[in-house]
Design a protein around this ligand. Structure first.
Ligand code: MN
Length: 193
């Protein structure tokens, strides 16, 4: 199938003060688009060309895996935001967070810590593991929990292209700011699914 860059559920300047329009234009408009284009070119004429994105991620390696996983990861990342944030964690999600980290604040602290200490490029993830419990994981480069039987709920992109225009080398400031624009209604749905 021919993949397309998914439309953002907000305007490019809607996340300003946390993620600038300029960052959206590069991160979404150039990087995310490039992963889509690369993937389409790489699967052309291969046995994967008629498969869906998750199948390709779970059944490829090298360049095809990297681009397919980056398409999926970026869509998942961009779709978890709303201007000034939206909603609050559901009772069920809050209960699961408190079971593992005692408080929401402690969870955010540990999540930021995982993302801040990820060496090089990659992603921090909140996932549901095989026992149904929440867990924080880190993935380098294009790594994604989809290949590990984990259900992703939330992710912070810590590739420099995600924050360098707005925060330069201050990755921690970027991580702290992201919590202001989380769309908890979207996160709750992912958790319930
Ligand atoms: Mn990125």
């Amino acid at each position: 199938m021919i993949f397309e860059l998914p439309k953002l559920p907000y305007s490019p300047n809607a996340l300003e003060s946390v993620i600038s329009q300029k960052t959206i234009e590069f991160h979404y408009g150039k990087h995310h688009q490039a992963y889509v284009n690369n993937l389409n070119n790489l699967i052309k004429g291969t046995e994967l060309e008629d498969e869906d994105l998750e199948y390709i991620i779970k059944n490829s390696e090298g360049g095809i895996f990297n681009n397919a996983a980056q398409v999926w990861n970026h869509t998942f990342y961009f779709y978890q935001f709303a201007p000034k944030g939206k909603g609050t964690p559901s009772n069920a999600l809050l209960k699961a967070i408190e079971k593992k980290w005692n408080t929401m604040e402690e969870f955010k602290k540990e999540f930021n810590q995982a993302a801040a200490t990820l060496f090089g490029s990659g992603w921090a993830w909140l996932v549901v593991n095989k026992n149904g419990d929440l867990e924080i994981t880190k993935e380098s480069n294009a790594g994604t929990p989809l290949t590990k039987g984990l259900k992703p709920i939330l992710t912070f992109d810590v590739w420099e292209h995600a924050y360098y225009i707005d925060y330069q080398n201050r990755r921690s400031d970027y991580l702290n700011a992201l919590w202001e624009i989380i769309n908890w209604e979207e996160i709750n749905q992912r958790f319930d699914k």
